[in-house]
Design a protein around this ligand. Structure first.
Ligand code: GAL
Length: 676
């Protein structure tokens, strides 16, 4: 008889026993057991405790921690500590320290003080990863490798210059091709040899945007190579043990998430929403949808979140999460595919950077609201264990018929300066679209135009400044096959090397949209305009002619009064909308609702939206409906299923109090077929 596989959600956090006397470890284990903790992430930033001098290792403490965890049924996510070289590294390899764009060499004292392109750093990183892999690669407590922490260090300086030149030579072959692609002749910057090219450190006035973009690509590739080296090392020592590296989402753009995801077995993310109101809940959904998308629709790992405090970096304040919100947010992540929840961190240090960052065990100890909520959440996750099973039959963990294009090149391009407006930023544009969909109860993936789009009904393209011919062709093929698309202003105005496409802006997509964009009319920072349909907008306008599209709304302000602002082109069974301005939230919501409806996309539940979040997750052969009321007033929703949180069958119109959460096992799987 085949034994039934037991599934469970992962629950725990970053654990730094090396910062505590061993007497505290026993206390930790007692509290972990009380809280149903089954996973700890050990070793992140522990380099100086593991290799106190170059080449001299101290594994004694980690041996004891691994054994202790194993003896208590707690799995270990073992991190390579390479995000924080020890002080000896500064003295042994001064050339491998990071240099800022202003030419300042940084030294140890915090974390991430290394130049990722420097051979001495890469060697040291490979060595410590190899030593860990050799020692613990087959330890029974090991459940996952966690390479590095939040790759994202960018460095300039001589070591970087050398590697950048090699990268450029590889990309362009000869310097004439580079000069041509960058148009280096502008301001007399043509290079006679690759040897004269520097990473774009501080210069007198505007740098060349193509140079900046290639440097971002180079930096991203450098980090990917550093990741790849370590992945190879740990994989070789522990066949079958999954490898991850934690993505800092959504604001970290120092690498291409699609590239990184291809290097690892499981995508994991660190996620720290900063808003105190319902905007925080939209942010949770965004982070989770990104993670699931980067993991190709499969369950993904929430490597870090915070327990009681939300960082508001702008206000430099650590705000408390109100009671119950931690659990509700965690269930949101679960709804959208997380394999559980890990936190930064298990226990607050008594001093050290981030000593007031919220942990699972706060300074005040177990007699605290936070720890009581942690215990309750551990219990909840245990009771939901059946949902931890991966979906059967190749299904994705959530149904998503809408995809938003996520593209590192576009993001980098929008940050190169010298653009016609400061309001062309990539991430806020993507966020605005995702948020507007969330308010309508529509789940979305992010996608690259290089991926298979055939599983989607609607592809949205906000602020994708740079687009290659292949990407333009991919979107056309999607629409030709009956797909629907919406494209935002300025998208596709340049090719992948930031060279403007001649003959009309948005040139990569304009023929598909049935338009020609002749001139930009960016708006002033405090300017707001109204369109003929009453929509309000700001930031951007452009002089647009239709070459096949119909006009849905026009500008009403001079000199563009009467000119098209929103258009729709019918292409076979598909449609392509073009939005030539930045709509405010209400107008964006209204237009997206029509676009979504035209594409035939519906929410997971007809009453989802307007602050009621309802998401279906597939697990094993079953489906589960996660239901939340994030609003401030009670809402009535018609439901049918078994609520795993209260152990009761619910049927009919159910009132959801503000902040209510439900997790329903549905009676039958909904009919929609698995994705191709
Ligand atoms: C993460 C990081 C952790 C900790 C945390 C604080 O980005 O990986 O080490 O710094 O932020 O929010």
């Amino acid at each position: 008889m085949q034994q039934q596989q037991q599934h469970s959600f992962v629950y725990g956090g970053d654990y730094n026993p090396e910062q505590w006397p061993e007497a505290v470890w026993a206390e930790d284990v007692r509290l972990m057991r009380e809280a149903h903790v089954n996973r700890v992430t050990v070793g992140v930033f522990s380099w100086s405790s593991l290799e106190p001098e170059e080449g001299r290792y101290d594994f004694g403490w980690l041996d004891r921690v691994m054994d202790l965890m194993h003896a208590n049924g707690i799995g270990v996510v073992l991190a390579t500590p390479t995000a924080s070289p020890p002080p000896w590294f500064t003295f042994a390899h001064p050339e491998a320290l990071p240099v800022t764009a202003d030419g300042v060499r940084l030294v140890h004292g915090s974390r991430d003080t290394y130049s990722p392109a420097a051979p001495a750093y890469r060697d040291a990183a490979r060595r410590i990863a190899g030593a860990l892999a050799e020692r613990y690669g087959r330890h029974p407590a090991l459940t996952m490798w966690h390479v590095h922490n939040e790759y994202g260090t960018v460095s300039y300086g001589p070591e970087t210059d050398r590697a950048f030149r090699v990268w450029l030579a590889d990309r362009y072959g000869d310097v004439a091709t580079l000069n041509n692609t960058w148009n280096s002749a502008f301001w007399s910057q043509s290079y006679s040899t690759f040897e004269h090219i520097l990473a774009p450190q501080a210069t007198q006035y505007l740098p060349n945007p193509a140079h900046l973009l290639d440097f971002k690509r180079f930096s991203a590739d450098t980090l990917r190579d550093a990741l790849r080296e370590q992945v190879q090392v740990v994989r070789a020592a522990s066949p079958g043990v999954p490898v991850t590296t934690n993505f800092m989402l959504p604001s970290w753009n120092h690498y291409d998430q699609w590239d990184f995801a291809a290097e690892i077995d499981e995508v994991s993310i660190d996620h720290y929403p900063s808003a105190r109101d319902i905007e925080g809940e939209t942010h949770v959904a965004f982070g989770a949808d990104l993670a699931r998308s980067f993991n190709q629709g499969r369950p993904w790992v929430l490597m870090e979140q915070a327990t009681s405090l939300i960082y508001d970096y702008a206000a430099a304040r650590l705000f408390a999460k109100e009671p119950g919100r931690l659990a509700r947010n965690t269930l949101q992540y679960l709804a959208r595919g997380s394999t559980g929840s890990l936190f930064f961190q298990w226990r607050s240090p008594r001093v050290g950077a981030e000593f007031f960052h919220s942990p699972m065990v706060p300074h005040v100890g177990e007699d605290s609201r936070v720890f009581r909520e942690i215990v309750a959440l551990g219990h909840t996750l245990t009771s939901l264990a059946e949902i931890a099973e991966p979906p059967a039959g190749g299904r994705r963990v959530n149904d998503t018929r809408v995809a938003i294009v996520w593209d590192a090149t576009a993001w980098w391009a929008s940050e190169t300066r010298a653009m016609p407006s400061n309001d062309l930023a990539f991430l806020p544009a993507v966020r605005a679209v995702h948020r507007a969909l969330w308010w309508q109860g529509i789940n979305a993936d992010v996608v690259s135009l290089e991926q298979d789009l055939s599983g989607y009904d609607l592809v949205l393209v906000p602020n994708k400044i740079a687009a290659s011919d292949a990407e333009a062709a991919a979107l056309r093929a999607f629409v030709d096959a009956g797909g629907h698309a919406a494209i935002w202003f300025f998208s596709g105005s340049t090719d992948e090397n930031l060279n403007v496409r001649p003959g009309g802006f948005s040139g990569a997509f304009a023929p598909l949209a049935g338009i020609r964009v002749e001139e930009h009319h960016p708006l002033a920072a405090d300017e707001s305009i109204e369109l003929s349909d009453g929509s309000r907008a700001d930031a951007w306008a452009e002089d647009l002619q239709v070459t096949g599209a119909e006009v849905l709304a026009t500008f009403t302000h001079a000199p563009l009064a009467g000119r098209p602002a929103i258009t729709r082109n019918r292409v076979g069974a598909g449609t392509v909308h073009y939005l030539a301005t930045r709509l405010d939230a209400a107008a964006l919501g209204g237009h997206l609702a029509r676009i979504v409806a035209a594409a035939g996309v519906t929410p997971d539940h007809p009453q989802a939206g307007d602050g009621v979040e309802i998401v279906r997750r597939y697990s094993g052969p079953r489906s589960y409906l996660f239901v939340f009321n994030h609003g401030e007033r009670p809402r009535t929703v018609s439901l049918n299923g078994y609520d795993l949180l209260t152990d009761e069958h619910l049927s009919g119109d159910i009132e959801l109090a503000p902040a209510a959460s439900m997790v329903l096992r549905e009676s039958a799987l909904p009919a929609s077929p698995p994705r191709p």
